[in-house]
Design a binder for this molecule. Sequence first.
Ligand code: PLP
Length: 386
Amino acid sequence: MRPSLSSRLKVLSDSPMKIIASLLGPAGANVIRLHAGEPSLPPPLELVDQVVDDLRRPESYAYTPVTGLPELREALAEDLRADGIDVTPDEVAITSSGTTSIFGVLSAILDPGDEVILTDPTFMMYRPVIEYLGARARWVRSPPEEGFQPDVEAIKEAIGERTKAIVVVDPDNPTGRLMRPEASRALAEVAQDKGVYLLVDEAYRRIVYEGSYQSPQRYAPDNVVGLGSFSKDPGVPGLRVGYVYGPKELVEAYAELNGHMVFGASNASQLFVLRYLRWRGREAFIRSVVEEYRRRRDAAVSAARRHLPSAKFMVPQGSMYLYLDLSPLVSDSERFAAELASRHGVTVMPGTAFGPSGRTFVRVTFVSQQPDRLEEGIRRIGAALS
Ligand SMILES: Cc1ncc(COP(=O)(O)O)c(C=O)c1O
């Protein structure tokens, strides 16, 4: 008998996609979906007419360069510079999503046997890809009692011979913390001293409620690599556009790989983003989105205080999530999330998707529902706990 080919597939280990699929089940109208980081406000509709005009031109259907449309690279570099990130257009590349930025950059830098330092908790897409590439994730806890700030000393200690990179997400998914400027600077200096990359995932760069995001790029431009997305600002996840910035050689290595993965990102999607970055109304638009998200965050926080009095959590300063510690009532967050979905009609992400410390945590998205539905979802979590 020939061995079955399917048993020899190279699959991702413990992919969070499986967790998401298991939560979905039959979609009832009464199910309140609080698990996905999906924006719920429409993007600027006045740009749509302009893009429809763009699409009447045949060149809008051409392949684009593997680094993205040159005008978009220029607009993005300008946009990043306005936020204090000092890059030229040849130090940025357009990608087909933040997810592609993650896969592409990790593929460009990792050899089998390498190590990557991940904060625990961190965004769920990193660990499976690192392991898929034959490298190892080394977890360093960001203590909740320190507001989930990265523990810079412990990260420094954890760097070894095979460490290639440190990953931080700022503003963070799942915790909503914004890194303190001192921590950001200290991490950049550690990366520089130790000769490793600092990958900073800034998908939520403009989704900030208190303070403002500052990239560590200025402190170590040869070491810091930014990974970005246009899914949250302007809120077009279905168009699939993201970016990377960093040292020119890394951007080139990424682009070469991209040439073998997707070639250039979608031309039409890049035109939309180009129109957005060049749009006069851009700042006012994103400010109004953040205002609305802040209203929903505040509604979620007060609902959590009312319905989940024993939950421990931090009021998020950015991104889209409440990260709730439900100990001692919950000790197996995957089982709890499955039960919530099947018996109580509310979906949340179990904390185990974000790292080893997540067994007692669940992540609740507060942007995707109106305050009354959010309140009802959180009430149901309280009912399940009692
Ligand atoms: C921290 C972080 N990075 C990257 C991404 C990927 O974004 P996308 O692939 O939609 O551009 C997400 C999506 O939720 C995210 O939360």
